[in-house]
Design a protein around this ligand. Sequence first.
Ligand code: TNX
Length: 649
Amino acid sequence: MRSWGGGEFKIPSNLRIYYSGPEVHQLAAYVSDELRNHHAIKRNKPVLELKSLSDKKKGVHLVLDGNSAMPADGYELTVAANGITIKAADYGGLFNGVQTMLQMMPLPESGRHSVGYGYVWDYPRFAYRGMHLDVARTFSSKEDVLRYIDNISRHKLNKFHWHLTDDEGWRIEIKSHPELALVGGFRGGDSPVDAVYGEWNNKYGGYFTHDDIREVVRYAAVRNVEIIPEVDLPGHSRAIANVHPEILCAGPVDTVSTAGYDRRNVWCAAREENYELLDDIFREIASLFPSKYIHIGGDEVDMSQWNSCPHCQELMRREAIKDGHGLECRFMSRLEKILEKYGKSAGGWNEAIDGGDLQKTTMVYGWEDVAACVGATNQGYPTIVMPGRYFYFDMKYTASEPGMTWAGIVSTEDVYTFDFASHGMQEQNMANVVGVEGAFWSELYLYQGEGYLDRQTYPRICALAELAWTPQEQRNWDDFSARMEGGHYARLRNLDIKYRVAPEPAHESEAGAQPNDELLTPEMTVTSSMPEYSRNPYFNIEKYMFGSQSRTTRTCKVGDYIQFTFTEPVECSSMEFVTGYSYLKRCHITFGYAEVLYDGDEDYVRYADLEAGAVTIEPARPVKAVRLVSTTPRNGESTVIIQPVRIRP
Ligand code: TNX
């Protein structure tokens, strides 16, 4: 509800902030800082005035009134002659009202110093309005995490899902097992943790101490953000398994396809000591985070490890568990009990409920698709809706921009216009939808550097914020876009958020042109010491199928090669060979060199080292063949990807 009219409140440079009691003190200090730092209102000062919220006093009035009938997280905001008054029944409501006020405050660049009279009565659509951050693949410093929380809170998001562990890093100190973070928080170099990707040979990582975490929790609480920590189990656990290999299954280890590397990442479900270690871990985590929920993962479990483990097989026979999904469910149930002991409930990715029932207090995070969310709500689980196709902000905005694509291309409009009803979510489903969440997985972040996190998340977070806050019938994409252009991009700039700017649309003629038009495609055959993977055969690169690729059945060792032999000698200005994904420095020949067989020669001549798995050859003479030779001792991958060669005339 909004109404406006009849005058303006002039903001004095000594604007005062009155607040109703000690429980609002920190919020008043926050408002003061915000006005000083982002609105150039310099001399504002918080004033505690418990009794008289006198109409005559000019300033900002923050009133927490537990008796008020405002819905949870809702607020009432009035701008009148005596200034700005925000009233709410709970702290969250007051904080949200403050955000609305800050959005109404003129930006320093505007030169204005007033706010129009008006009235807002507002509350959110969903109780859970979340953003996720993966700090395992790419580490984010404490300062970056604080900034991330600060910025999501400005958008009235109230949950921060902190993905603290994964195959590539263990990022939370556990005092009873300090090696988990001390060793497991770093990969590469002398660490037993697979370097897999990133700054491969350099030691890379970091972790959060208990003190760090307490600081982040306190900072978030001032901003009405609850933190749901995640330890991803029983899969996605290679980092901890590299530190404690005994947690793994007793089955055979395949190190052939990975050049000596043990890639297993799933906890043995039958090993009793595993649950003791997990008890220690969750006891500490439960004491650090006030949230009722601890997320215990449950996604993408490689069940082949359980299928070949004699102990898991024996357990399944004994308890008549029919498959891996059933065993995962049993594993998760054990964790639920541990959490219960420490006063917590579980959160889990949607696969966690594939093999049977968990407690109906467990919150299910539906990520695979909308159907997974519908399924969870039908079974009566409180559900967070976040299918990758709409909510994964590590995906590209458009095809030509950076990011992942496996879940689709996720435009800001896709996020904004997400409509539950059109996905078959009925009223009874919606009753179990607690809210929505956007995710940022950080596999690519390491290579993209500064600004990438901001760019991938904004303005998609702005769209998510409205989806989470505003009822379906009141949302309109054109209206949202106009408001972004009309002021919110300026607001983001004022906060130094490096949001994504849409690239200039390509001209008709350019859009129609094939990027391959000027490339040569001479007949060639590809041979290799590494077998080809049947679904991505060498045929794909032999036929120059740009956009497609070839891959091997195993990673490369020292001496492996991939050879391109041309039927006729090729005269050209350059040949570009790329191994690995084109958008992600993974699955390449990590170390190696290229050698060339020129027309008329008997032997190959070494040309240059590969850089990030790639090399460009500028041959002075016609080329008969090129060979990429690996000198990689081990790289923790399970495949080599090879892109079609780009040959320029
Ligand atoms: C799938 S989403 C994963 C993550 C990856 C993400 C990359 C989920 C529960 N599992 O481990 O980081 O895709 O987009």
